[in-house]
Design a protein around this ligand. Structure first.
Ligand SMILES: [Ca+2]
Ligand SMILES: [Ca+2]
Ligand SMILES: [Ca+2]
Length: 404
């Protein structure tokens, strides 16, 4: 390209010299001729619409607008047969933003004029007007558009395990503690901003009567399932956005709401709470925390649960733990808890008595309590003792189970 420009430059000069020495033109006539002859600078834009991803740490992009950066980011070529003098850009956003908040939704708002680099601090549509000036003082202007999209999920941080004491003052129904999402959140963030926080809690079948009493059986059929929920985003549908009661393994989860409740019946187990953060484009992420519930009044403690459940082991602190399966021996299904000190990928394997691996699962474990639900049918037809292992980022843990 440079050689070509040089070549063109030389041929222009050659024509000028020939004109100057061979023809009796006046100086006025020559200058008019020279301007008319030089080729205008050209801005080659192969595409006019671009999609760019916002940086994961900020809601926007740090952009440079030098010729090299324009070429690299947008494939723009600046052609100046007469010699490059300068290129300047005007950057505008669709709508006006102040500190990440949209204050005017329509119209182009100019963000920068003639700056070689600029820190864009919002997402959305942008217009870039390029002005190219060559050494013959000829200008060309062209425009391209790009959109910066937020593709980064929120980073969720949950409060460390909580010990919660119920007031226990005036009977079962009033002995309830309600905590909102802020209570569990200890500084979650997003590259843009988290538009919604939601929270839900796990419960075992033994807690169903209490949950029904607390109003979670929204269709009033005496059962808790996916038909029950709260239409938080008011689209007439409770099957979206975790607005329904969900069963995962041995536990149920309440719909996502702005707050969660703890009841006297919770004094029997620790309660896992899940906090959700949803950013402006609907990308979400979650974290979990454990709540141990105690009641200050023994008179308010509930009767033993109607359905006998195997006790959930206490959460381990200080090292990764693979707990014994519940129940043991295994008849139809088994629940296996494991505790991690740090979230990460873990591998779960089950081996039969001959040492053959009969099951492998790659799991994404979170800090604190995790669970694996195992179906008897997944283990083939063998009976007797099986070994199961969990490979965590820091340890390989082994347990034994008896399968009927
Ligand atoms: Ca985001
Ligand atoms: Ca129901
Ligand atoms: Ca809905």
């Amino acid at each position: 390209m440079k050689t070509q420009n040089l070549h063109q430059k030389i041929s222009h000069r050659f024509i000028a010299i020939v004109v100057l020495f061979s023809l009796p033109f006046s100086l006025q006539a020559f200058s008019t001729f020279a301007v008319a002859d030089s080729t205008k600078p050209e801005i080659v834009i192969p595409n006019r619409l671009f999609k760019l991803a916002a940086q994961s740490n900020v809601c926007g992009l740090d952009m440079r607008f030098t010729p090299d950066a324009l070429q690299q980011n947008f494939g723009v070529e600046l052609k100046t047969p007469c010699g490059y003098l300068s290129s300047k850009v005007q950057l505008a956003s669709w709508g006006r933003w102040v500190k990440g908040v949209l204050v005017q939704s329509e119209g182009w708002a100019i963000l920068s004029e003639n700056e070689a680099q600029f820190e864009i601090r919002n997402v959305g549509r942008f217009r870039l007007v390029i002005n190219l000036l060559d050494r013959c003082r000829q200008r060309t202007q062209d425009t391209l558009y790009f959109e910066i999209e937020d593709l980064s999920k929120p980073t969720m941080l949950c409060a460390s395990a909580l010990n919660l004491s119920l007031p226990g003052s005036s009977g079962l129904r009033s002995d309830v503690v309600t905590l909102d999402h802020e209570f569990f959140n200890k500084g979650s963030k997003d590259n843009c901003r988290i538009s919604q926080y939601r929270v839900r809690r796990a419960f075992y079948p033994a807690v169903i009567p209490t949950m029904i009493g607390a109003g979670y059986d929204t269709n009033g059929d005496g059962k808790l399932d996916q038909q029950d929920g709260f239409d938080l985003n008011k689209d007439g549908d409770i099957t979206d956005l975790g607005e329904y009661i969900e069963r995962r393994g041995a536990r149920y989860w309440t719909p996502l709401q702005s707050q969660v409740e703890f009841f006297p019946v919770d004094t029997l187990t620790s309660v896992t709470v899940e906090l959700w953060g949803i950013d402006g484009v609907g990308a979400f992420n979650t974290c979990k925390t454990e709540v141990s519930v105690s009641s200050s009044s023994s008179a308010d403690r509930p009767n033993p649960p109607i359905i006998k459940l195997p006790g959930e082991p206490p959460l381990s602190r200080g090292k990764d733990i693979l707990h014994p399966n519940l129940p043991n021996p295994v008849d139809k299904e088994a629940l296996i808890y494991y505790d991690l000190q740090q979230s990460g990928n873990v591998e779960f394997n089950v081996y039969d008595q001959q040492g053959r691996r009969v099951l492998i699962r790659q799991l994404n474990g979170t800090t604190g309590r995790n669970e694996i639900l195992l179906q008897r049918s997944e283990l083939g037809h063998s009976k007797g003792f099986f070994l199961y292992t969990l490979r965590t980022p820091t340890a390989v843990l082994v347990q034994k189970m008896l399968v009927l």
